[in-house]
Design a protein around this ligand. Structure first.
Ligand code: SF4
Length: 295
């Protein structure tokens, strides 16, 4: 049985799938809202340890079809290592259909398209990319790069045939900057159109909030003020109004952090999704209770 190095995080949709830790922690570990790996240093695991986990898992679960490579950005591992890990997975699981992992924009832009393509050929078919916002003013505040970096990262994945599952964080701009947060985000998504787009809702651990606030205000003195549910629904409505991707995007706001769970395809279902948001604005009883929300 695999003994995982905790904490172990994975996207909700990977819950039923096999998880193999290729790296530990996050190689970036600087986003001001994130406390996921504050107690864990980044490290690549020895291939021999990873292979031992794969062999263990193959005994317990020989017909596994989907594998998620943890931790926070397994794509940070050297491409050579990743190719060997993917080869080992293919050899160990005859029914393997897909491998996925989290990626940072830096991971995707540091590798060449040829490197990414080779990983794709070995069944790394999708990466989860937290873009969080498409507005440069927001990305600067959360220390996550720029919209150009996000765009280049998504373009590189696209060129290599790797699907992107992108997440954005509602509430990130607070009451003062929500409009520019949403406008920048919609512009980026309309430009690149990732295969999947999900929203999360901002939640900060108490120890993280002062750091987030400080970095937020440092840019131009704007103070962060939390959005309430009314504000979050306004953001969701505005985002859906502005989203006009050039190709189909599967949209979800069903992560447990969200006040309102939505699911549909854009642009096809835009009107239906907007109708659900507007109905919730008129009857907030349909929102997920606060005590059931979490990351
Ligand atoms: S890249 Fe992801 S895991 Fe790493 S600090 Fe940022 S949000 Fe957290």
């Amino acid at each position: 049985m695999i003994v995982y190095d905790m904490p172990l995080w994975r996207p909700p949709s990977e819950g039923p799938n096999l998880i193999i830790q290729a790296t530990l922690g996050c190689s970036f570990n600087a986003c001001t809202f994130c406390s996921m790996y504050k107690i864990k240093d980044y490290a690549t695991r020895p291939l021999s340890d990873i292979f031992a986990d794969i062999e263990d898992a193959a005994k317990d679960w020989p017909d596994a079809t989907r594998v998620f490579l943890a931790d926070g950005d397994a794509l940070a591992a050297p491409s050579d290592d990743l190719e060997q890990i993917l080869d080992k997975l293919i050899a160990s699981f005859p029914d393997l259909q897909r491998v996925t992992c989290y990626a940072t924009p830096q991971n995707l832009t540091k590798k060449s398209v040829d490197e990414l393509r080779r990983l794709r050929e070995k069944r790394l078919s999708m990466v989860y990319l937290g873009i969080e916002s498409g507005a440069d003013s927001m990305l600067k505040r959360i220390r996550k790069g720029s919209s150009k970096l996000m765009k280049n990262a998504m373009l590189a994945a696209d060129e290599a045939g790797i699907k992107i599952s992108a997440t954005v964080i509602l509430g990130l701009g607070g009451k003062a900057l929500w409009r520019e947060h949403i406008e920048g985000t919609a512009a980026l998504i309309n430009d690149i159109a990732p295969k999947f787009l999900s929203t999360l809702q901002l939640d900060l651990e108490s120890g993280q909030e002062p750091r987030f606030r400080e970095a937020f205000a440092k840019v131009d003195g704007t103070e962060f003020e939390w959005q309430d549910d009314v504000g979050i629904l306004q953001e969701l409505e505005y985002l859906l109004e502005l989203l006009e991707p050039t190709r189909g995007v599967i949209f979800r706001s069903n992560h447990a952090s969200n006040a309102l769970a939505l699911a549909g395809n854009l642009p096809r279902d835009s009107e239906g999704l907007l109708a659900q948001v507007r109905a919730a604005q008129n009857n907030t009883d349909v929102l997920r209770p606060q005590y059931l929300r979490g990351l």
